[in-house]
Design a protein around this ligand. Structure first.
Ligand code: 5RP
Length: 216
């Protein structure tokens, strides 16, 4: 089964977590793009959605779903998003689509984080996928040097500006043995807005190709 088919199956399986009358947190990426049209079929049952990117907000509106601001909703019962890598403990690398900051905020504000993947995203050890970090533009070189001093190989994702007006650095060559520790460490570098490690707030449920996985 190809990756797109697997993403579609995961998106379908996520629908059972959507509660009538609620506001749904919606992430960003090609997997979530399979979920949004299904959510659109239930647009009259839900109050609306909070989007993690301008792109997802546009797609939600296209499907007739009311887009709400997190500032006006309070915490959410459910956040549905994809990932670039997922380990057996449901710790993730995210940010391939440069939406990591709003994704991390909505994940933190949500009671349940349901992560949709295809099997190619499953790894034993995080780090083969370059770790995205959102940085304040004037701190880009400084943060890159800090990353290099820690043994990572930073690459500026040229031409990409996040929805928050920031830059993205992708860190290659990491073997992330202690994700929570690394997330805390990188978070405190001045100029770092968000690290694409979702270990301190990991997924609660992971669905791979429609199958609900068991956390180790
Ligand atoms: C965007 C993300 C996405 O969830 C991640 O990149 C996975 O994307 P896709 O569903 O297209 O494989 O973190 O910032």
């Amino acid at each position: 089964m190809d990756a797109l088919q697997q993403k579609k199956l995961s998106a379908q399986a996520a629908m059972k977590y959507v509660v009538d009358g609620s506001v749904v947190g919606v992430g960003t990426g090609s997997t979530v793009n399979e979920f949004i049209p299904l959510l659109g079929q239930r647009k009259h049952d839900i109050e609306g959605a909070v989007a993690s990117s301008e792109a997802s907000a546009a797609l939600l509106k296209q499907h007739g779903i009311r887009v709400l601001e997190l500032n006006n909703t309070g915490d959410l019962p459910l956040y549905v998003d994809g990932a670039d890598e997922c380990d057996p403990h449901f710790r993730l690398i995210k940010g391939g689509g440069a939406a990591l900051t709003r994704e991390k905020i909505i994940a933190a504000a949500s009671k349940k984080f349901v992560c949709l993947i295809d099997h190619s995203k499953r790894v034993d050890l995080l780090g083969s996928f370059p770790l995205p970090i959102e940085v304040i533009p004037m701190a880009r070189s400084f943060v890159a040097r800090q990353i290099a001093a820690r043994g990572g190989h930073p690459a500026w994702r040229q031409g990409v500006v996040t929805d928050n007006g920031n830059a993205i650095i992708d860190v290659h060559g990491l073997r992330i043995l202690h994700p929570e520790e690394m997330e805390r460490d990188l978070n405190q570098i001045p100029g770092v807005v968000t690290v694409g490690l979702f270990a301190l707030r990991r997924a609660d449920v992971v669905i791979a190709a429609g199958e609900v996985l068991t956390r180790v």
